[in-house]
Design a protein around this ligand. Structure first.
Ligand SMILES: NC(=O)c1ccc[n+]([C@@H]2O[C@H](COP(=O)([O-])OP(=O)(O)OC[C@H]3O[C@@H](n4cnc5c(N)ncnc54)[C@H](OP(=O)(O)O)[C@@H]3O)[C@@H](O)[C@H]2O)c1
Length: 362
């Protein structure tokens, strides 16, 4: 059956599985689930939608019935064969999820059956992904979903919310009254960075590829939007912030550091979190003479404690309505391959057709 197996990360209910106990025995209809997965990396067409064994919660795990999931660019890099770590086979795609707890492992303390929850950081570092009707999540990566927040919102904010929080507060140390340039303000990450920065009391300038996207950025709270296809970005940013920006959040996969450093203020901080293969030139002299700092990070290497700190504030902000994901497309889980195609076209091939998040429901 599709290479099904039992190991510490993924216990599936199958006859002969050594982790099976009498209390685990389920009816046939409870034994399988629909999932989007692949067995070997490749283009979006490698994604299959079909039945896989339903996972069983280990002692520290929670079994969640999926209500919504969201696509991230990293999902497409992994599917394409980016050799970050060995993948389970078959590999269920996806990092983000929101849903309802239906089973808890024996040592789980923070969650009960019936709780509404969300998570990110699945499908990464060898863990199985979220694009399935059910998902087992270790409780360290799971967070309660506020009662007034929709599942779709929880799934769509997950990875980008934690990324934005880590970058703005743990890395760039953005302060109220400072100015930040968010490159790519209508994107999944950029749209959340804008909102968190405004919430803190920063002045926000961002970039957009069209006037529709510029309007969307303004609705999210941006004070000024540069139409980078029509305007000279450096000049426009300098007009908004004559002394330069205190923080520059770069979402482009191939940054132009000459222009970026020109836009930074004295003691400015630059966040880098995209473009693994990028090797652009770097203007060492102008950078250090301005006493600037460079911060690079990947969210999935943050510890569970660091991510939980982000999630707790994200929960407060989702609940009080000050943080909302920008949902670009809603689709069915069965359309996972098409969702990957759209995300890849938009983020990697720069078609710009996705402005925010793609959310899928079972
Ligand atoms: N390190 C981490 O932990 C981490 C976490 C999340 C994401 N990422 C990475 O960060 C990147 C962004 O992620 P995302 O989810 O926000 O992707 P996204 O939703 O596709 O957003 C990308 C943004 O880039 C903008 N853009 C495209 N070409 C541009 C150009 N030439 N100049 C300026 N802006 C341009 C797009 O806006 P327009 O259409 O308006 O041009 C869009 O808003 C991806 O590469 C992703 O893999 C890293």
């Amino acid at each position: 059956m599709l290479g099904a197996r039992c190991d510490n990360r993924q216990r599936w209910h199958l006859a002969g599985c050594s982790t099976l106990t009498t209390s685990d025995v389920r009816t046939q209809s409870e034994t399988f689930m629909k999932a989007a997965y692949f067995s070997a990396p490749g283009p979006p067409e490698v994604i299959q939608y079909g039945e896989l064994p339903r996972p069983i919660a280990g002692p520290s795990e929670v079994l969640v019935r999926t209500a919504a999931v969201a696509v991230n660019p990293i999902d497409t890099y992994i599917r394409n064969g980016a050799n970050y770590w060995p993948l389970p086979s078959p590999y269920i795609i996806g990092c983000d999820l929101a849903g309802e707890v239906i089973e808890v492992g024996g040592s789980v303390r923070q969650f009960r059956v019936g709780d509404r929850v969300w998570c990110s950081n699945q499908g990464l570092m060898g863990r199985s992904g979220t694009f399935a009707e059910f998902c087992c999540v270790d409780e360290q990566w799971l967070y309660p979903l506020p009662t007034n927040v929709d599942y779709e919102v929880g799934a769509a904010i997950a990875l980008v919310g934690i990324t934005a929080h880590l970058g703005l507060f743990a890395r760039a140390n953005l302060q109220a009254g400072e100015t930040i340039l968010v490159r790519g303000g209508s994107g999944g990450v950029g749209s959340v960075v804008i909102q968190m920065a405004k919430r803190l009391g920063a002045r926000v300038v961002t970039t957009a590829g069209s006037s529709d996207k510029a309007r969307a950025c303004q609705e999210l709270g941006a004070d000024h939007v540069v139409l980078y296809r029509e305007q000279d970005e450096v000049q426009a940013v300098r007009e908004f912030a004559p002394q330069g920006v205190n923080v520059l959040w770069e979402t482009a996969r191939i940054p132009n550091f000459d222009r970026s450093v020109e836009m930074l203020a004295e003691r400015g901080r630059m966040i880098l979190m995209a473009g693994r293969d990028a090797r652009p030139e770097f203007p060492v002299g102008p950078f250090y003479v301005k006493q600037c700092q460079l911060h690079g990070f990947v969210m999935f290497k943050a510890t569970a404690k660091e991510q939980r700190k982000c999630a707790e504030e994200i929960n407060q902000w989702m609940a009080d309505g000050s943080l909302k994901p920008r949902i670009s497309h809603r689709m069915k889980l069965a359309e996972a391959a098409q969702a990957h195609r759209m995300q890849e076209q938009s983020t990697v091939h720069l078609s710009g057709e996705v402005a925010g998040k793609i959310v899928l429901v079972p």
